[in-house]
Design a protein around this ligand. Sequence first.
Ligand code: PLP
Length: 381
Amino acid sequence: MPSIYLDHAATTPMVEEALIAMTAQLARLGNPSSLHTHGRATRKTLEDAREVIAKEVGCLPSEVIFTASGTEANNTALKGLYWQGRDNGRHVVVISAIEHHAIVDPAHWLQEHEGAEVIAIPVNTDGVIELEFLKELVAARGNEIAVISVMHANNETGVIQPVRAVVEIAGDIPVHTDAVQSFKKTPLSFNELGVYAMSLSAHKIGGPLGIGALILRRTIEIPALLHGGGQEREIRSGTLNAPSIVGFAAAAHSKYYDAKQVAALRDSFIAGLVTHIPDATINGLASDRLPGIVNVTFPGTQSDTLLLLMDGQKVSCSTGSACSAGVHEASHVLLAMGHTHVTAQSSLRFSFGATSTYADCDYAVSVLPDVITRGRAANLS
Ligand code: PLP
């Protein structure tokens, strides 16, 4: 029985370039903050990596702040921009209703502990934020808003958001975008978007786990979450993780994947799926989407049962949403798109990456009818 991985949006295999670069760096000695030859050599390697990432993402090297994850980049940006705004009498945090928990949870933390008022921008049934809502909000309360955070593409549905339009509406209100799922999969330029801050994560693009970056405009200084040696513009202290950063840069510089090919693979998967299971519906189908993510609702089923049945057939996929103490919650993303709790909990996410093949998709489609039949039977019992 084959073993098929269709969960590339969770994490994806490292690309060879990243493995080679990172392994070589692991054997090298030197703290990049040390002034001696060993330290300076590591510093030079890191500054080269920073330049590579800056070039790939369309920003200045000094705008790249390395973090330990996309989660840390999101927390640093949202909290930092909020605190900076609050110093100027602004206390409102605006996020979209479909943000990843690495934005939703810090926003709610700011509300509970730091006096923020959090307002969520709703989305339409296609999973795209309502720009009119934002326009009216900015017109009415613009001078109270400290930060607006709208993700570049959603991790559950792949739906791409109109971030450039958000920036235009925001005027001089700082905008942050979580581009963790978008980087290397759809055109992305920090400068062209005009945002103040943007989050990236290496393990979604064939780099190592546990390394990310906050891209932050050179002219913006925000309060730090971590204090210590003053690295990374004093915004993120801590000795830089040279091997992971080198791996991140190698992945960023690699082709990672051909978006057209991955989109064709995805479309063939969707065609096979709806042929075998005619009442399945694809969430966000009408929208501009990332090539590699498909979110499907299978009426009359429970997502976690389906996930385990698929796993039993050696296909790894995802429910897309979080588990709390082992219990699968209805996805806030699907709920925001108009799903009920029942239909939101009948959905699976399949995501494709550089190593995905047509044979993988065909196999997954071939086992789905039996999985869905068994999932429906289990749901009735
Ligand atoms: N933001 C989005 C949209 C994500 O999909 C993820 C990871 O799933 C993150 C943030 C968190 O990134 P990391 O795993 O590097 O903490």
